[in-house]
Design a protein around this ligand. Sequence first.
Ligand SMILES: [Zn+2]
Length: 281
Amino acid sequence: MDIDDTPVLDNHLHLDPVNGRNVAAAEEFASQGGTHLLVLNKPSWHLVEKATAAETFREVFDLTVEAAAAATEVLDGRAWPVLGVHPALISKLVDDGYTPPEARDIMQTGLDVAAEYVDNGDALAMKSGRPHYDVDDAVWEASNAVMCHGFERAADVGCAIQLHTEGGEDFEAVAGWAEDRGLDRMQVVKHYSGGRLRGPVKSVLADKDELEIAVETDEPFLMETDYIDDPDRPGAVLGPKTVPRRVRWLLENGHEDAVRTAHVETPKAVYGIDTEATLQR
Ligand SMILES: [Zn+2]
């Protein structure tokens, strides 16, 4: 099997139509054999001064919806928007003088707006999580409440949710919180995951060592770059060509089943998308 025989999905990448390379990054992905993208909105404070009101979240989300539509034009497959609130927004808000409960409410408003986009068919999935750095108890508690609100809203509208969290391999408790709110753990995806994970579905950063672990573990997984499309931070993360390159490397090493798992079966199970039916070369 050759890369031209399979869909190739990057499960988490950012496109910035205001300051970034935007469609050019999607073209680069496509030039290496990439076919499908999940495009995440950038943290709201990167694009607009103050994302606190529902209207401001809409402004940010509309940019991502447009970016995904423009990317679809240059892909043999297509792109879908994934919308939500970056967990680090809580620290920005607290620094700006909001209490943790006030910050929580603002972020939950953002998730409500994201759920509305999914409900209207304008976005595929949601994004939430909790800070990856140390925070005090009040902020941690508020962050967990935001994430659980995300689970509730995702369950309401019937979509998956990507999580940005601290590192680690045991997120069994988090998957349990989702299930308590009516969301199947197959609809909970930990973005920026290593090859081993308990609880949610892992979206493995396209690093060879971590991918080898994921292949050996033989569980559902996705692949991502977390490309940030920020001209001020070139090389801060993996570039848009990385997922197709790693797919080629997996195929060269005989891991056809793993490629099918990450690019056909897991996307179908998690998001309900059909990367084969939506591919026209
Ligand atoms: Zn990201």
